[in-house]
Design a protein around this ligand. Sequence first.
Ligand SMILES: [Zn+2]
Length: 255
Amino acid sequence: MIQNYQDLTRLEMEAIDKENTLVLLPLGAIEQHGNQAPLGTDAIIAKAMCETIQTEMEKTNPDFPMLVFPVLPVGLSTEHKDFCGSITLKPMTYYHVLYDICESLAHHGFKKVVLLVCHGGNTPVAQLISREIRSDFGLCPFVLSAGAFDDPSVQATISEGNDFDFHGGEMETSMVMAVDENLVKLETSEKGIQKNQTLQLHAGWLASDWVTEQGKPIGIGGDPKGASAEKGKLILKISAQQIIEQLLKIHHAKL
Ligand SMILES: [Zn+2]
């Protein structure tokens, strides 16, 4: 059974089988997502993704043992900090936040934690701590990406001509609309294109590298104007199904 970590009482938590129960830790962010999508886009998607995972898992594996930790609403968003409203932890602050949560989980006897990365900027730190935590406490962290953005069925939702959909683009905006259409101001959206070759050169890119066709920094990749709640629901469902496949493997893994 999937339950919310924070909903359990102490006695209920004492009764949890820590050896076999996964803890899913969704890693959000609060950062600009263009004109049209809210600052909490990644945290909103993270929560919706966890709910979709629970719904889909209950259909096939109703006894799956997992606790869903509350979404961490702030992450590592250095690349967005020059846009109004973005909040970032510093890399080592974020490292310590994740490390300390995992240390507490290990202290209570959990053996496996799944870091569900819902903002790509969080990935390097999640990967960095995963070895440290396993080595220090014997708690094995797994790092999963939340969005199945490369899946052909997800790619098929992208409007024709929107050939660089990325941060704050059509896919992410659609997923927020699936949660609450009122959170998206689609009429204010502008298309983001790449100003330079930072990604291809493996350079440290900043969100200001994405500009409108007129050259104004817009901080998003792609064109959100074709976003819809219907597309968002499909992307959430496909992504959740891919994550479930991984969760089943993680649950059965002997480490
Ligand atoms: Zn995002």
